[in-house]
Ligand binder design. Structure first.
Ligand code: FES
Length: 108
């Protein structure tokens, strides 16, 4: 069941591809990323240990964890580089009227 929640002003994320923004919504630590074709949302917390993916480097639609360098596909949340062995959750995103909304009901 959709549960859209306003996450941030669109301009807070930044306009550059690869921009990231940490948001905490109803206790969920999430990271918003701007890709060439829109905004994506992942868990902000790495699946390996505690580290914030919103502080990682973004290359080719992947984010590298700043702590040990695991790589995650920003579109799917899948892990594509060790040492993490499991992916992170993603959620649907929409941008309307200058704001970014996340569907917490789709977080999986
Ligand atoms: S905490 Fe992210 S790779 Fe170790």
């Amino acid at each position: 069941m959709p549960r859209w929640v306003r996450a941030a002003d669109d301009e807070a994320l930044g306009k550059s591809v690869g921009s990231a923004l940490r948001v905490v919504i109803h206790g969920e630590e999430l990271a918003l990323f701007r890709l060439a074709d829109g905004v994506r949302c992942l868990d902000d917390v790495c699946s390996h240990e505690y580290s914030r993916l919103s502080e990682g480097e973004v290359w080719d639609d992947s984010v590298y964890c700043p702590k040990h360098g695991s790589r995650f596909d920003i579109r799917t949340g899948a892990v594509t580089g060790l040492p993490a062995t499991s992916g992170v959750r993603t959620a649907a995103v929409k941008v309307e009227d200058g704001a970014i909304y996340v569907d917490l009901g789709s977080l999986s």
